[in-house]
Design a protein around this ligand. Structure first.
Ligand code: SAH
Length: 208
C-alpha cells in the first residue's frame, strides 16, 4: 500500500518540476511514514510538511526533492546536513549513496531519530550540536545542506566546503525564504543563485 502511495507522490513531484531521476528514485524508496507519528500515517505521502516533536517539522516532500536536486548528489559524496529533524532528508541523501553527517541542536530529536534510523542501516552519522558552527573536525564536505531558515549563510560553513562544492540553504526573513545555492568556485570565491520561495522553521543558535 505504501509503495503505491509513494509512486503517486513521485508523479506529483515530477509534475511540479523535479527531473533528477536519482532524487525521484530515492523518494520512491524511502518509507516516509516511518519518520512520522503512526497516527498521521495517511498524511505521509501527500506533498505537505508535517509537525514532528519539539515544535519542529518534517519538510514537504517537494522541498526535500528540490533541495536535493539543487545539491547534485553523486554516490560517495560527503554531505553535511544541518537540522536532522525527523531524519527523512538524511535518509533520502544516504539512499542516493551519500555519506551523511547530520547535526541537530535539540537533544530529544537527536536521540529519537537514531532509534528508528539506525535500523535502516544507512550511511548516516548523527551529531548533537549547533549547526552554525558546522563540523570543522570532519570538513571539508562536498555538499552542505541547511534545512532551517537562516538570515544569511555563515562564512564558517562556507569554508567547510571543498572547492567546487555546493551549499544549499533557505535564506531570508522568518516569514519566507529564498532557496539559495552557493558554489565554491575558488579558495575565496563563491557564486550564488536563487531558486524560488519556501518557508522553514528558523535556525536557532546554541543547543537545547
Ligand atoms: N531535515 C529535516 C527538517 C528539519 S526542520 C527533516 O527531514 O525532517 C529543521 C530542524 O533544524 C529542526 O529539527 C531544528 O531543531 C533544527 N535546527 C534549528 N537550528 C539548528 C542549529 N543551529 N543546528 C542544528 N539544527 C538546528
Amino acid at each position: 500500500m505504501h509503495q503505491g502511495m509513494r509512486k503517486k507522490l513521485v508523479s506529483k513531484l515530477r509534475e511540479k518540476g523535479i527531473h533528477d531521476e536519482a532524487v525521484l528514485d530515492a523518494i520512491n524508496r524511502v518509507p516516509r511514514h516511518l519518520f512520522m507519528d503512526s497516527s498521521f500515517l495517511k498524511f505521509a505521502y501527500i506533498d505537505q510538511a508535517f509537525p514532528i516533536a519539539e515544535g519542529q517539522t518534517i519538510s514537504q516532500p517537494y522541498t526535500v526533492a528540490k533541495q536535493t536536486e539543487l545539491l547534485g548528489i553523486q554516490p560517495h559524496m560527503k554531505v553535511l546536513e544541518i537540522g536532522t529533524g525527523s531524519g527523512y532528508q538524511a535518509a533520502v541523501l544516504a539512499t542516493m549513496g551519500a555519506r551523511v553527517y547530520t547535526m541537530e541542536r535539540i537533544r530529544n530529536l537527536f536521540i529519537n531519530v537514531q532509534v528508528y534510523l539506525k535500523k535502516m542501516n544507512l550511511n548516516i552519522q548523527f551529531f548533537y550540536g549547533d549547526g552554525y558552527k558546522g563540523l570543522p573536525a570532519f570538513a571539508p564536505f562536498d555538499r552542505i545542506l541547511i534545512t532551517a531558515a537562516i538570515p544569511e549563510i555563515p562564512e564558517l560553513l562556507l569554508c567547510q566546503l571543498v572547492i567546487g562544492g555546493i551549499l544549499v540553504a533557505p535564506t531570508g526573513s522568518a516569514n519566507a525564504q529564498t532557496m539559495t545555492r552557493i558554489i565554491r568556485t575558488g579558495e575565496k570565491s563563491f557564486k550564488s543563485s536563487h531558486h524560488g520561495y519556501f518557508v522553514f522553521v528558523p535556525m536557532r543558535k546554541g543547543k537545547a
